[in-house]
Ligand binder design. Structure first.
Ligand code: DGI
Length: 149
């Protein structure tokens, strides 16, 4: 199966009207949208998503932020989408993110950094299973041979 990643537009991204802009960047790159939903998650769910960070001092604030409003949960597919998705997103701290990246263009504080992207194929598979228990959509783009040689 082609590589997939889990991308989430965080509550600040939704509130600030960045959903279309962010989806557009992934679409224009050539990645395929295989899952999409606007969803407000509860505390246990957010704690599960960020369970690897449970010992961090910012964990509670991070969970509060993620449950503070709806998020846009997505699955994107394509060659190298996990690593390249992280490049489109930019560094964790938006002030260190390059201009041209999503965080570099649209964010300032690390605790309001607009978007999440899986950091490895392994965590992508775990996160997709958590957020899309029904499984991603199954469709093929008719443009495939114009994007891949
Ligand atoms: O994969 P990333 O989202 O780039 O970064 P991560 O998995 O190390 O951390 C997850 C989120 O936790 C990150 O997007 C923002 C938040 N975070 C990480 N480090 C800090 C932090 N929040 C605060 N307030 N302080 C931190 O040092």
């Amino acid at each position: 199966m082609a590589e997939q990643t889990f991308i989430m537009i965080k509550p600040d991204g939704v509130q600030r009207g960045l959903v279309g802009e962010i989806i557009s960047r992934f679409e224009k790159k050539g990645f395929y949208l295989k899952g999409l939903k606007l969803i407000t998650v509860d505390r246990p769910f957010a704690e599960k998503h960020y369970s690897d960070l449970s010992a961090k001092p910012f964990f509670n604030g991070l969970v509060e932020y993620i449950i503070s409003g709806p998020v846009v949960a997505m699955v994107w597919e394509g060659k190298g989408v996990v690593a390249t998705g992280r490049k489109l997103i930019g560094a964790t701290n938006p002030l260190a993110s390059e201009p041209g990246t999503i965080r570099g263009d649209f964010a300032i504080d690390i605790g309001r950094n607009v978007i999440h992207g899986s950091d490895s194929v392994e965590s992508a598979n775990k996160e997709i299973a958590l957020w899309f228990p029904e499984g991603p959509a199954n469709w093929q783009s008719s443009l495939h041979s114009w994007i891949y040689e």
